[in-house]
Design a protein around this ligand. Structure first.
Ligand SMILES: [Zn+2]
Length: 125
């Protein structure tokens, strides 16, 4: 049994030497746990990106009232708002981020509405 020298620290599956990978902390881990950790890390990063977009959106929309070259800021605020709302809906459908989404949804919606107001104001002028 010398070729089953260690088990994955996460799922406890015994691993042959050739299957053993190492985490950054030096723990022995299997390929499927490594893949799962990478997927989770990707979700976490992308949730952080959505959060930044959501909370930045009202600021972007407000800025567009002051400075909006070629309507890029107002249209950007509308696009960000739609992106965040769609993303939060799909997260909720997967059962993720339920606790954080209401305030992000509110921020994205405020930015979206302000962006529309800003755009309409300029198009009417
Ligand atoms: Zn494992």
């Amino acid at each position: 049994m010398s070729n089953l020298a260690a088990a994955c620290f996460a799922c406890r599956r015994p691993l042959a030497v050739a299957e053993q990978l190492y985490t950054e902390a030096g723990e022995i881990v299997c390929q499927s746990c490594t893949t799962r950790a990478q997927v989770l890390e990707g979700h976490r990063k992308s949730a952080g990106m959505v959060r930044t977009l959501a909370y930045g959106n009202p600021l972007l929309a407000l800025a567009s009232f002051v400075y909006d070259p070629f309507l890029t800021l107002s249209i950007g605020a509308i696009g960000n708002g739609l992106f965040v709302l769609r993303r939060l809906v799909s997260d909720v459908q997967r059962g993720e981020h339920l606790s954080r989404s209401p305030s992000q949804k509110l921020a994205a919606s405020v930015g979206l509405v302000l962006g529309v107001l800003s755009l309409v104001t300029k198009l009417l002028h």
